[in-house]
Design a protein around this ligand. Structure first.
Ligand code: ATP
Length: 503
């Protein structure tokens, strides 16, 4: 009797728990569904000059009402842009049609809880057929001020609801919203909007790394982009997916930096650590440095060695994931070079753009000159391939050496490690993260000194940041962080020499 009542009780309890769980689950599902189909209230978040306000509007939302509401809150008429939470501007909203499209995009993006609008005092063309001009400066020029866009100070002012910067637990993948359905995406075109709302931050004392909110780096990355990045990370050159990001959309011109090259070819800057230290520069300092190094690289590349005009291709000296490396002979100067030939399989318009961007990037990398870095001489595009010229390293790769001699002695390992670290420190002083340190990319000269090669995988961190801002790739974010903390590089180096131990 006793046992039976106990059983009843525990069954009841189980049933109650089960019902409760089911109820909770159902209401959760319904809440999720209700967002796109049933919800009549639309939560709107507006950002203007670093202030974020939220309010609710009843669907269907009228464009005039939205404009009026914004005017009431911010005290003046402002231009409106629909944006993702990642900060990517999707489209300007200048009419009822635009607003409907924005709301439709928002409704489809299950992860967004509110319609995010960026406001600006600048006027957009009101005609949809006349969108703002695309902003697509060539690679090689410098970032403009809107690069500070991820730093957002917050102010509490009357009117609207103060929204603290939320830590993105989930992030809207740009791919989850098909902006292309509505024609061009204006993501790069409205820099001014961002600039106006962020130039303030650029000048402010806001320090990202010191911020308790920790807005940088502040995200868990979305799976799709990190997966893509990880896959592409297996190969080092060229990365067709990422190459687009060699085209920085926020570059502008900036003043000369204070870099000085010493006799060894090293650079030093008063603003940031050279990468060999563990100090963490603030975000603003970091960007200042980027402007400086980009400028410096531009300058250096003008005086650096040129690619050969007449050359003879000789034997293949190696093969990587993207093509063969040949020894070649410069018939004008008599020097020997290495030439990496990357086959371009389908040369469509997109590929050509990427190739051009890569060529620009390599041209810029010519400006990197150091005794521990394999020198780039430039590149040349042919009908079906891209030829990259670089210093010929007669000793081959450390990987080959390890295989051939079944390991390295401790002394040699120490010397190589020291030399690689010198090279890395130099790269870091140019805010470049190599990202693919391995035996095959450490090349030897005939006297047994090593140099770091293959910058196909490396990129300027500013490009990485651009990528971070647009796609939040795991790899790139990691690269940026590693520049602050110098961990990944050291890890790669350790792994590189683990090869030695394994042999
Ligand atoms: N400048 C050079 N001088 C001499 N040999 C070189 C030079 N560059 C590359 N090699 C040789 O060619 C091989 C292939 O180089 P490559 O950069 O194409 O491929 P990888 O780095 O091994 O692979 P991946 O680029 O796919 O990561 C190297 O391992 C090295 O032996």
């Amino acid at each position: 009797m006793m046992a039976s009542s106990e059983l009843e009780t525990s069954e009841d309890v189980n049933k109650t728990i089960k019902d409760g769980l089911l109820k909770g689950l159902n209401s959760g599902i319904q809440r999720q569904r209700s967002k796109s189909y049933l919800q009549t209230d639309l939560k709107v978040k507006c950002e203007y000059k670093g202030e974020t306000r939220a309010f609710c509007m009843t669907k269907p939302v009228k464009y005039e009402e939205l404009v009026k509401k914004i005017c009431e809150i911010f005290g003046k008429q402002l231009s409106i842009c629909y944006t993702l939470r990642s900060g990517e501007i999707i489209t300007p909203v200048v009419s009822q049609t635009d607003l409907d499209k924005a709301i439709d995009l928002f409704d489809r993006n299950k992860k967004m809880k509110s319609l995010r609008l960026i406001l600006s005092s600048e006027q957009f063309p009101s005609n949809n057929n006349d969108p703002p001009k695309r902003y697509s400066p060539p690679p090689g020029c410098l970032p403009d001020e809107d690069t500070a866009k991820i730093c957002r100070p917050q102010h509490v002012t009357p009117g609207g609801e103060f929204i603290p910067e939320d830590l993105p637990s989930q992030q809207e993948s740009p791919s989850s919203v098909k902006s292309s359905e509505y024609g061009a995406s204006y993501k790069g075109s409205l820099n001014s909007v961002r600039t106006s709302s962020t130039s303030l931050m650029h000048n402010s004392d806001y320090r990202v790394l010191n911020s308790p909110a920790g807005t940088f780096p502040r995200t868990k990355t979305n799976n799709i982009s990190s997966e893509t990045a990880l896959n592409s990370a297996n190969r080092t050159f060229p990365r067709s997916k990422e190459t687009g990001s060699f085209m920085p959309s926020f570059y502008g011109d900036k003043s000369n930096g204070s870099f000085q090259r010493n006799q060894n070819g090293d650079t030093s800057s008063s603003t940031c650590s050279s990468g060999s230290g563990m100090s963490s520069p603030s975000f603003n300092e970091f960007y200042d440095k980027l402007y400086q190094v980009r400028n410096k690289m531009n300058e250096n590349s003008l005086s650096s060695p040129q690619p050969p005009r007449h050359f003879k291709k000789e034997i293949a000296i190696g093969e990587g994931g993207f093509g063969k490396v040949f020894k070649c002979y410069d018939q004008d100067t008599g020097r020997e070079l290495a030439m990496k030939e990357v086959k371009l399989c389908n040369k469509n318009k997109e590929t050509s753009k990427e190739v051009k961007a890569l060529m620009m990037e390599i041209k810029l990398l010519k400006g990197i000159e150091h005794q521990r870095i394999v020198q780039y001489f430039g590149c040349m595009a042919t009908e079906d391939s891209l030829c990259i010229f670089m210093e010929y390293m007669a000793g081959g790769s450390v990987r080959k050496e390890i295989i051939k001699y079944k390991g390295l002695s401790e002394n040699v390992t120490k010397r190589y490690t020291k030399q690689i670290l010198e090279g890395l420190a130099y790269l870091h002083s140019f805010v470049i993260v190599h990202r693919d340190i391995k035996g095959a990319n450490i090349l030897k000269d005939p006297s047994g000194n090593v140099k770091i090669a293959d910058f196909g995988a490396s990129k300027h961190v500013q490009v990485s940041l651009n990528y971070y801002l647009k796609k939040r790739s795991f790899i790139d974010v990691f690269s940026v962080i590693s520049l602050f903390f110098n961990r990944k590089i050291v890890l790669s180096l350790c792994l590189c020499f683990l090869e030695r131990i394994n042999k």
